[in-house]
Design a binder for this molecule. Structure first.
Ligand code: CA
Length: 229
């Protein structure tokens, strides 16, 4: 069963750099997927749908700039934050000038501590639950560190799947999620689950949230999927 452990795609051709970054990311509880060149980076970005991409500027096959440009022009990968890594500050100036859409930039040699801080700042914006932020929606509060949910101050006991489902919905209130998107996010891409299973878990989540009163916060969007609020 997949977890909500955040996934970082690292696209870097220098093995020494890869090792250092991988070691530090894994120590911080991230799952790391590695690509040694730009072509593989593009492929893995689509396959894995990572929560963030660390992208080296100088790469074999397809350059980091080109990888960034392509990912930011595709609707399914556009929202993934990209932190560009570069050997020289002049290159970073060029990245800024080129408007490739990168979300942040680091010049090598960078401090690993600073890299982690920048990365967390990006995740806080896009996937707040992965960096231990509390999520709030109306009278519902989700504490991702303690793995607890409260409604109007009352604890709501949830199974692990319902918890992940609610986390996903609460990170983007108002967004309509298709069943396939929820499958990818909650169960993971490498597992086969019938889309009707989602309906069962949404049903359980609704029941748990409404147990001590309160309206149903989950909206069924006919022909589209589910949304919070
Ligand atoms: Ca390189």
């Amino acid at each position: 069963m997949a977890t909500q452990q955040p996934v970082i795609l690292l696209v870097e051709d220098e093995s020494a750099q890869r090792e250092v970054i991988c070691y530090n990311l894994e120590a911080e509880g991230f799952r790391v997927v590695v690509a040694e060149d730009g072509e593989k980076g593009l492929l893995l970005a689509s396959e894995e749908m990572p929560d963030l991409i660390l992208l080296d500027w100088m790469l074999p096959k397809v350059s980091g700039i080109e990888v960034c440009r392509r990912l930011k022009s595709r609707s399914e990968t556009r929202a993934i934050p990209i932190v560009m890594l570069s050997a020289r500050s002049e290159e970073i100036d060029r990245v800024r000038g080129l408007e490739t859409g990168a979300d942040d930039y680091m010049v090598k040699p960078y401090s690993v501590l600073e890299l982690m801080a920048r990365l967390r700042a990006q995740l806080r914006r896009t996937r707040p639950s992965t960096v231990g932020e509390r999520l709030n929606f109306d009278d519902i509060m989700l504490d991702s560190t303690e793995h607890r949910v409260y409604r109007s101050g009352m604890a709501v006991p949830l199974g692990p799947t319902e918890f992940r489902l609610l986390t996903t919905l609460m990170e983007k209130p108002g967004r309509v999620w298709s069943r396939e998107q929820l499958l990818d996010r909650v169960w993971g891409r490498d597992i086969y689950v019938d889309t009707r299973t989602i309906d069962v878990h949404v049903g359980r989540l609704r029941k748990a949230l409404m147990k001590s009163g309160g309206e149903d916060p989950i909206r069924t969007v006919r022909g589209a999927g589910y949304s919070l609020g």
